[in-house]
Write a protein that binds this ligand. Structure first.
Ligand code: ADP
Ligand code: MG
Length: 261
């Protein structure tokens, strides 16, 4: 328990820092992107005067710089979600399987190319949550699962399984399993650390699972992971259920942008 308290504390102060940094970075980043766009267009108009090879070279540089800036924008977006942490927002009874289904739809693009997706849902479990944030948890888990399957292997060789089971009278367990590369004990021990990533620069921010951790903890739930190198990984989210029926949830689904690398 001691260790867990320390961990939550550290996550909370990182969150505050993250929110400040994200806010400060966003404005200059926005005008950088606008200016890059203007530069790219302006170069076009130099064509008659300057050799077209030079124009293209400079436009290529502008494009690459834009990609870098967009990459920063997406990291800042992750930071903002991570930082939003506890303070958030409108909670209500949310149907877990609906959140999972929505996440599956958003991850479909990437998942489909890497594995077969198998879902096993037990009857409706309602939890007190913000639907978009709960969905974000499952989306992060699904994207990680898909990314753990080596590119180029036939998709029918691999499985990503999502199971929703009732447990005890007032708990629901969601498991996301994959048959990907798995994790060594050293990696496994650090997966929920903010900014811990084993992915190449530009592919991972290392914030996905710490965001999941923050969201699940703020709901009074737990998230844990098991893995075996070479065989795959399994993430387990346990949530407290509340009384309520699926029909109570009539709010439209707030779609998060699916960021599929
Ligand atoms: P990111 O995906 O940006 O690297 P995450 O917080 O989502 O950040 O994950 C942190 C790290 O945990 C990953 O870089 C990877 O090493 C490991 N990891 C997470 N999920 C899985 C998985 N399903 N299979 C193997 N490794 C995983
Ligand atoms: Mg991730």
């Amino acid at each position: 328990l001691q260790a867990r308290l320390v961990m939550s504390d550290r996550l909370a102060s990182l969150g505050t820092l993250g929110a400040g940094v994200a806010h400060e970075i966003n404005n200059p980043l926005a005008y950088m992107l606008v200016n890059l766009h203007l530069i790219h267009g302006g170069l076009e108009r130099l064509r008659p005067a300057v050799s077209s090879g030079t124009v293209e070279q400079l436009q290529q540089i502008a494009r690459e710089t834009t990609e870098g800036a967009e990459r920063i924008a997406s990291i800042v977006q992750d930071l903002k979600v991570f930082a939003r942490g506890e303070q958030e927002t409108r909670l209500g009874p949310v149907d877990v399987s609906r959140s999972v289904e929505l996440a599956c739809k958003m991850a479909d693009n990437l998942v489909r190319h890497r594995a077969r997706l198998v879902t096993e849902f037990e009857p409706v479990a309602m939890v007190e949550a913000s639907e978009s944030r709960l969905c974000q948890v499952f989306l992060n888990l699904l994207l990680n699962a898909a990314q753990a399957i080596p590119e180029g292997e036939p998709a029918d060789k691999h499985l990503i399984t999502v199971r929703i089971r009732a447990q005890a009278p007032d708990q629901v367990v969601v498991r996301v399993e994959d048959t990907g590369v798995g994790m060594t004990p050293e990696v496994l021990a650090r997966v929920f650390d903010p900014f811990f990533t084993t992915k190449p620069v530009g592919e991972g921010t290392g914030l996905g699972l710490s965001i999941c951790h923050g969201i699940v903890e703020s709901m009074g739930g737990t998230i844990s992971a098991e893995s075996e190198p070479g065989r795959g990984s399994s993430f387990r989210v346990v949530l407290r259920t509340v009384a309520g029926r699926a029909e109570d949830v009539t709010r439209p689904i707030a779609l998060l942008p699916a960021r599929v690398p």
